[in-house]
Design a protein around this ligand. Sequence first.
Ligand SMILES: Nc1nc2c(ncn2[C@@H]2O[C@H](COP(=O)(O)OP(=O)(O)OP(=O)(O)O)[C@@H](O)[C@H]2O)c(=O)[nH]1
Ligand SMILES: [Mg+2]
Length: 352
Amino acid sequence: MNPLKVRNAFAYDKIINWFPGHMAKGLRLITEKLNAVQVVIEVRDARIPISSINHKFEPIAQRKDRLIVYNKTDLAHPATEQAVVKAFKQYKRQEVVFTNANEDLNIKRIISYLAKKAKATGTAAEKELTTTVMVVGMPNVGKSSLINSLRRIGIKKGKAAPTGAIPGITRTVAGTIKVLDSPKIYLIDTPGVMIPHIADPISAIKVALTGAISDHLSDEEVIADYLLFQLNQAQDYSYMKLYNIQEPTDDIKVFLPQVAKYIGALKRGGEYNLAAAAQFLIKQYRLGKLGRYTLDDIRPEALERSLTEESLDPISRRQQKKADKIEERKQKRLEIQRRIAEREKANLEDNM
Ligand SMILES: Nc1nc2c(ncn2[C@@H]2O[C@H](COP(=O)(O)OP(=O)(O)OP(=O)(O)O)[C@@H](O)[C@H]2O)c(=O)[nH]1
Ligand SMILES: [Mg+2]
């Protein structure tokens, strides 16, 4: 087999923006309900320990006791946990827990952290130790699954928060969900909130590949290409055996037709359906069928660069803030237009 020529870097400069109305509203409700909680659990994706940090949560989490949970650790590279735990301790003085909410991994650690934060509430006669916790994070990282897992372990009860494989399942900040009896621990589920403007296009691709951005908004063939780039960077050519491909390739135009052939994705005229092949590959990644891949650079020097404040370029920070403001204003305008349209539709129906 000839050694494969791979790209040095992935070229992409498109900006993906996704901040629908329910997220802006969710963020508002999260801020409003903050007074009622003692602890904020910020859930992130273990496959993108840096790219799943949403600076929108900083002002929220800073005011409370914060626990950072990196979920879907079963899908991340096994070296991620140790590297990230160490770097966060060193550069952020923050404790982080890695979980697999589907298999209740490390859930007891979270329960004991929350139990220690319990405070006396209620009247003097019937004082009860209680912790109320808000669970926030980017879309689809597993916030609702984590709540269900805590409840399974804490009070041995079934699912209370709806979950699903696409982002945007939880639409609003609803009531509290009990996950422990003594002390009483109540959790509040919230809708996933996306970073309003991701300045780095490659971060946006990583976020999309993990499933936090609605698929129709991002170019699936580009995301599949990024996946191929990552596999080849890791010199992992297991895709050859998986999809019956003779030669490794770093060219998505060569790769996708072969995957389409393997899964039998054909268009009406008999052409290969490349979009279907790209969707298939993305799904395989999300299910862990291609192996455990962490997409952010977790080498010690890279983590140091990402986590130390000084390394953040003040100009790009200013640009980010400006872009956030513009995006927020746009979303507000869209929300108002949507409401007007709804009202007009309702009036029209009334008059019919
Ligand atoms: N492999 C794996 N999948 C997980 C894990 N946690 C959650 N999932 C899956 O990820 C998907 C999203 O889970 P949810 O709990 O709905 O995510 P969420 O953060 O509440 O999503 P939104 O409400 O849309 O913001 C579901 O298909 C879950 O089964 C995990 O630890 N490992
Ligand atoms: Mg949810």
